[in-house]
Design a protein around this ligand. Structure first.
Ligand code: FNR
Length: 202
């Protein structure tokens, strides 16, 4: 008799503040498409994370509210999923700023991404699918000790066609790629937990 695997909780957030963000909608699609072993909760926004400032950090016990809110959500999750836009062939400033806060050794939550399984993906209307932004994001996450999934990788190019405007849903081909990616993340989290990874669908 085989036991059902432990359900894993994934906290997801986007590196975009835009109301109709492709990356945010990709996360909404991920929450819908998650395989049975994991549940994806989308953090509403990182708009309440202030610009990083060591004086502000020193003057607010536990950190500013927006930072504490995100830290608590990450601490309660088994893994973190980030969807990033690409700005000027780089990581968006709002996301880098958020990571700088999260990298700090908070009294309650510690450096909350250190040792945490993380998956990154990104969507753009452009042709290159956020490759450069993801490369930089991966680099910053390594610096703070996050355990970022190496493969599969997910680059969504020409997002206006892959994610229908005005909806939270990816088209069928994008959805399939997203599902494979999430199955990979399920396996990655279980590998790091010392569990036998589930068999991949072909
Ligand atoms: C962009 N965009 C962009 N896209 C890309 O693929 N490579 C890039 O280097 C850039 N550079 C860039 C700079 C700036 C300042 C802006 C505002 C935009 C386009 C970007 O991918 C597009 O605006 C996305 O829709 C942003 O992601 P969200 O907000 O839809 O998630």
């Amino acid at each position: 008799m085989s036991l059902a695997p432990t359900p894993l909780r994934v906290l997801a957030f986007a590196g975009s503040l835009r109301r109709n963000s492709y990356n945010r909608r990709l996360l909404d699609a991920a929450a819908e498409a998650a395989p049975s072993g994991i549940s994806v909760t989308v953090h509403d926004s990182i708009a309440d994370v202030p610009l990083f400032d060591e004086d502000l950090e020193a003057g607010t016990a536990g950190g500013p509210t927006g930072v504490t809110r995100l830290r608590a959500a990450i601490a309660a999750a088994d893994g973190v999923l980030m969807a990033t836009p690409e700005y000027n062939q780089s990581l968006p400033g709002v996301l880098k700023n958020t990571l700088d806060w999260l990298s700090r050794d908070d009294a309650r939550y510690g450096a909350v991404l250190a040792g945490k399984p993380v998956a990154i993906m990104g969507a753009t209307p452009g042709h290159w699918g956020t490759r450069l932004a993801q490369s930089q994001l991966r680099h910053a996450l390594a610096a703070m000790g996050a355990l970022t999934m190496t493969a599969p990788q997910l680059y969504i190019a020409e997002a206006g066609t892959g994610i229908e405007p005005g909806t939270g849903y990816a088209d069928a081909a994008t959805l399939k790629r997203l599902q494979r990616f999430l199955q990979g993340f399920d396996a990655w989290m279980r590998l790091l937990r010392g569990e036998h990874p589930p068999a991949r669908e072909t």
